[in-house]
Design a protein. Structure first.
Ligand SMILES: CC(C)(COP(=O)(O)OP(=O)(O)OC[C@H]1O[C@@H](n2cnc3c(N)ncnc32)[C@H](O)[C@@H]1OP(=O)(O)O)[C@@H](O)C(=O)NCCC(=O)NCCS
Length: 436
């Protein structure tokens, strides 16, 4: 996609709706520092974060340059320069089954001031984003959610999960493979500005649910500007026997006066099984560490089968993380690959209209799907569902059989849910390891 998304006018319906409520919906050009600063501080207020120090504003302005930013203003408020609503968005790539991507509209920084809550500001902002993405021809929208109760009403559903892990290091001996390459401790910037991003991109296509990310999201893995974190972050890289970068881990140790310390793993990415084993073995064998904790890890981790005591590794907080919304059924379904051939008919309802209709998906022997609109053919496995369920199923991590049992999907032909699952399943559970 070109940079048109940055200048595309705001959605006219939302502008009118908000105007009727005495509010101005404004597109931020990114060239006015004072306006940007007020917008940024409003986001911090919305998420109960501390104010961003003045010396960090320029850096943030640069970091947000690739986003489309908008604010809602109440000119009657005492501080009329600070928006009462904020949102930002940008196009990115979302990995789908089959080592490929779909163009996705990422939505972020949705906040409404506590003084203006529950009068429809967020609804207008969200519907505006969906219409804008649809107008620009982006087939799916994605977000990560602060609460699981907000976005279903806009046609989103959780499609990729994440989990936290806690490993009791003192009970664990590494029993997995011994890698053939080398782990190197390196300075953050050597990998942040060096080959790290390319590695990430290479790995991303292997796991549905990952998104292409850069700028502030990438830099944030290494440090939170101005926070104490930057002083503690350690980075290791893994080079294979040929000396090529195949993995990296970013972590921080929280020291407790030399008592066994906690290692907080911020991010681990491995292009090969060898790199994965090398990095985990390294982490588990660092002296003075009592526990390793992780956040936003994959829900299935091979390390469980590479340690002497599997009960010393506990999965915690497994749950929804990436929320998906299908805007264009044909483009979205044709972007991914399938694990079984066949014909699937979908009767889709959608309160906002984008995905509503009857569709036929024909998958050939190579796992390539072609979608047409129209009624089910006699050979089709037919399901009736809403845009939400379609979103939950899209990346292959949720089972139609389970949704049918839950009453969320209706089988119009016997065995349709199982036929759907055979085609849609993903070998690896979809996962996303960052917030955006
Ligand atoms: C979440 C938030 C943006 C909602 O803003 P808002 O302007 O009050 O929302 P709206 O008035 O447009 O509400 C739209 C709908 O969502 C519902 N809703 C809004 N916030 C909700 C919440 N936190 N939990 C459940 N439902 C919520 C409303 O009841 C309304 O439902 P309806 O239209 O089906 O009757 C706002 O509460 C906020 O800023 N929260 C803190 C920051 C945050 O969590 N942002 C989300 C980031 S992912």
């Amino acid at each position: 996609m070109t940079d048109d998304y940055l200048t595309t006018p705001l959605d006219a319906t939302a502008v009118e709706n908000l105007k009727a409520g005495g509010l101005r919906f404004v597109h931020l050009g990114g060239d006015d520092k004072a306006t940007f600063e007020a917008w940024l501080q409003a986001i911090g207020r919305g998420f109960h974060a501390p104010r961003v120090p003045a010396e960090e504003i320029d850096g943030r302005l640069e970091a947000f340059a690739e986003r489309r930013m908008a604010g809602v203003y109440d000119d009657t408020a005492s501080d009329a320069a600070t928006p009462v609503g904020t949102i930002s968005s940008w196009p990115t790539d979302l990995t789908v089954p089959g080592h490929t991507s779909v163009l996705a509209w990422a939505i972020s920084t949705v906040t409404v001031s506590p003084t203006h809550r529950r009068r429809g500001i967020a609804r207008n902002l969200m519907e505006a984003e969906l219409r804008t993405a649809s107008r620009l021809g982006v087939p799916v929208a994605i977000l990560t959610a602060s609460e699981a109760t907000i976005y279903e009403r806009f046609g989103f559903a959780p499609a990729a999960m994440a989990a936290s892990w806690k490993l009791d290091v003192k009970r664990i001996r590494w029993t997995g493979p011994v890698p053939t390459g080398r782990v190197h401790l390196v300075e953050s910037n050597s990998i942040r500005d060096g080959g790290g991003f390319d590695l990430l991109e290479r790995v991303r296509l292997g796991l549905p649910g990952q998104t292409r990310f850069w700028g502030i999201l990438w830099n944030r893995l290494f440090e939170f500007p101005g926070s104490d974190d930057a002083k503690h972050v350690r980075v290791v890289r893994y080079d294979d026997a040929a000396g090529d970068l195949q993995g990296l881990a970013i972590y921080k140790v929280v020291d407790n006066d030399h008592a066994p310390a906690e290692l907080q793993l911020r991010y681990l990415v491995a292009a090969t099984d060898d790199a994965y084993a090398a990095l985990w073995r390294y982490l588990l064998e660092i002296d003075l560490i009592g526990t390793i904790t992780t956040n936003l890890s994959n829900v299935v981790e091979p390390f469980l089968w590479q340690i002497s005591d599997a009960r010393a590794a506990r999965k915690r907080d497994e749950g929804d993380h990436l929320w998906v919304r299908i805007l264009d059924v044909k483009a979205a379904l044709e972007a991914r690959r399938y694990s079984a051939s066949g014909t699937i008919a979908l009767e889709i309802s959608d309160t906002l209209g984008f995905a509503a209709g009857n569709y036929l998906l024909r998958v050939n022997g190579d796992g390539v799907g072609v979608v047409t609109t129209g009624e089910a053919t006699p050979d089709a496995a037919c399901l009736s569902l809403s845009a939400n369920e379609l979103a939950a199923l899209y990346l292959g991590g949720t089972s139609a059989f389970t949704l049918a049992r839950a009453g969320r999907v209706e089988e119009k032909t016997p065995g349709a849910a199982e036929a759907f699952d055979r085609a849609f399943r993903s070998e690896l559970p979809p996962s996303l390891n960052i917030w955006f």
